[in-house]
Design a binder for this molecule. Sequence first.
Ligand code: HEM
Length: 419
Amino acid sequence: MGYSYIGETLQLYSQDPSVFFANKQKRYGDIFKTHILGYPCVMLASPEAARFVLVTYAHLFKPTYPKSKERLIGPSALFFHQGNYHSRLRKLVQSSLSPEALRKIVDDIDALAISSLESWAENNQTINTFRVMKKFSFEVGILAIFGQLDAKYKKELNKNYSIVEKGYNSFPTNLPGTAYYKAMVARRKLSEILREIICERKEKRTVEKDLLIHLLNFKDVKGKTLTEDQIADNVIGVLFAAQDTTASALTWILKYLYDDQKLLEAVKVILESLRMSSIISFTFREAVVDVEYNGYLIPKGWKVMPLFRNIHHNPEFFADPRNFDASRFEVAPKPNTYMPFGNGAHACPGNELAKLEMMILIHHLVTKFSHALITAGGKSKIPKEQYSTAHSQYLGMDSHLGSGRKREAKQIPRKRDAS
Ligand code: HEM
């Protein structure tokens, strides 16, 4: 459990997280305890244990995030909840992001992918892959939530959302001038912008069926609609869940593609990239009662962490796990061993959209562009900040794993000549 109060937080934050968890697993087996970020935690590195927490006994483990982060995203966002409110909203979000619903925006995503690639290739400039992928996934998120949206709103949303993001991993204090304070101000501004958009939508009575319209038309069994705050929290929540995750996955896919130029089977590449990178390395729940699992007691109030990354990197389930091998997906993985989008009640409702936008972008990239990847030599490198950004977003940990050592993976896409 480490030192009192700080537990093993410093060890976790000063090492590659994969090494921290893998060493623990080697020493203590698939289920072990630790103390991080001020809380006692039980870590679970077996598919069965992850299923126990996320699926079979999901009602005994509630989602858990620091309050400061809940305030910033919006406390009514679906991923902070369990029970009726969660399952009703989840159905709504899932149906707005179903393949059927996404069909309507395929052409728009396609046009966005082409114009993004064209702009990155302009003037042989050097770009930061993760940063431009974030811009791309933000725009796709906007399309899925609002359909077509006025450029002035997009600009304002983008500007304020970036300030919120900066404050998300900062020390949560409400003193004017601090990143957290600025983020809370920007978050209120986001609500105002959304209120304006909603007002306009109501006046126009649009027939579009995007996520915003679903949220506006939502009625519970008693006929009660969602408040504007509930709508705003869920719009920001979905945007937040959609952006860094997809941008991280795309950045890793590019790295793997250009490490091995033969890997052009887009779908399998994507699956193997999601396994290798395990964007969401683990998730957190909190035991709502004392729970016994396999002879272990998980005390009420303890955090429980299913470790997706360890499961994805266990040679028992994925032979030679550190080797990028897209062909391993020619055979379906064993049940509950492949969970890049989670599992159970809170599994990612955006997974179809994420796969769609990744496939479209990669398709245009490999068919229309050639690449030169600038590296420090040898294989392409991903900056360490990449290890943590996306999962830290979900989990409320900050991304200090990479700070101070930031390096940029730089891509120069060049348009292929017609031949
Ligand atoms: C490669 C990209 C993505 C990855 C790897 C990913 C991964 C995940 C994972 C692992 C979870 C479960 C977290 C948990 O159990 O605590 C999750 C939840 C969620 N994701 Fe994604 N995600 C991605 C893209 C997206 C996109 C594009 C959207 C929306 C447009 C989205 C929306 C959500 C939402 C709303 C939840 C919360 C669901 C709930 O609590 O019921 N994600 N995601």
